[in-house]
Ligand binder design. Structure first.
Ligand code: SF4
Length: 326
């Protein structure tokens, strides 16, 4: 029996942080066991919000280095850059003909982006979901990993596929959601989602010293002003993130010690930083090996693009035939 095909894309954002790791990368790596995976650096999507594009190449390389170091296997998985397979823009145009403009303009994600950048409400922002639908359908992916809160995005793709197939015949694959519990990882400020732009992030490939430095700035239980005050691990971000990188027994002990004020926040943070550094040590080593070969990432991406193009060419030929393009 052939495996299903997963597609997922991520904007090139450079070195990855704990939020990226827990929210996406870990899952990307695990899915390789069960599916044929197609993972894409969506550089065209990035252009919709970026004015300053000079770092795109560097951010692509840095992000893919982290992906590979985390265990994405380029032999098994197709890893490529969206714009290296230009058929996606052709499919985007064709799919845009079966997409009502009113629906696009009413989407909450478009409205939010338009609010965030009122001086740059470009067509790309409006057409973003159509390009996303083109990404998924070009590679005939039948499965897309999504968090429950992103279900509407995929539903939009499914609607476009149904509309296209009803009109032109059953060419495109209607993808199914693979719901995954993506944890929302808060940044070092303990308030906002971890994000590079807010500078509240901890990079997965950071050195142990850098990790410690970042962890030491983390906000803990605000009610715990003195070492003698009992703490509340359930609302402490250090505790909440540490859970992903330590065993249950360790965390139960810290939980009990925090509530009884037997452990101080500094001591816990040092422990957390050490656990993080140890967890990511193999990743750091692999990353350094890959980074020492200047062409490695670009070779992986070129090979990925070639394999992605083979699928894309076939799909586009079927789409053109169905639509009746001469
Ligand atoms: S001891 Fe740990 S869990 Fe308790 S408040 Fe401090 S950092 Fe948070």
């Amino acid at each position: 029996m052939s495996k299903g095909r997963v597609f997922s894309g991520a904007r090139p954002t450079g070195r990855q942080h704990l939020g990226n790791y827990l929210g996406a990368i870990q899952n990307y790596v695990a899915l390789q066991e069960e599916y044929d995976c197609v993972y894409c650096v969506v550089d065209l999507h990035a252009l919709t919000t970026l004015r300053d594009t000079e770092h795109l190449r560097e951010w692509t390389r840095e992000m893919v280095l982290d992906w590979l170091a985390a265990g994405m296997d380029p032999e098994q998985t197709i890893i490529f850059v969206q714009s290296h397979v230009p058929q996606v823009t052709e499919l985007h145009t064709i799919l845009s003909m079966v997409t009502p403009l009113g629906v696009l303009l009413r989407l909450p994600t478009f409205k939010e982006k338009a609010r965030q950048q009122p001086d740059n409400v470009n067509y790309g922002l409006v057409g973003y979901p159509v390009l996303m639908a083109a990404d998924i359908t070009l590679y005939k992916a039948d499965t897309v990993p999504v968090g429950v809160d992103q279900a509407a995005h995929l539903e939009f793709t499914r609607e476009i596929v149904r509309r296209f197939n009803n009109h032109f015949g059953p060419v495109l694959v209607e993808p199914q959601a693979k719901y995954t519990d993506f944890p929302k990882v808060l940044g070092t400020d303990g308030e906002s989602k971890m994000s590079k732009s807010l500078n509240n992030h901890i990079e997965i490939a950071a050195t142990p010293e850098e990790i410690l430095q970042r962890v030491m700035t983390m906000v803990t239980d605000p009610q715990r002003k003195y070492r003698s005050d009992p703490g509340r691990p359930e609302i402490c971000n250090v505790f909440q993130i540490h859970r992903y990188f330590a065993d249950e027994a360790t965390m139960s002990q810290i939980d009990a010690d925090c509530r009884a004020a037997k452990i101080g926040c500094v001591e816990h943070k040092k422990r957390f930083a050490a656990d993080l550094a140890a967890y990511f040590a193999p990743l750091r080593e692999r990353r350094a090996e890959f980074a020492a070969q200047p062409d490695y990432v670009w070779d992986v991406l070129a090979d990925g693009a070639q394999r992605a193009k083979a699928i894309a060419t076939q799909t586009i030929a079927e789409v053109r035939e169905a639509v009746g393009l001469p």
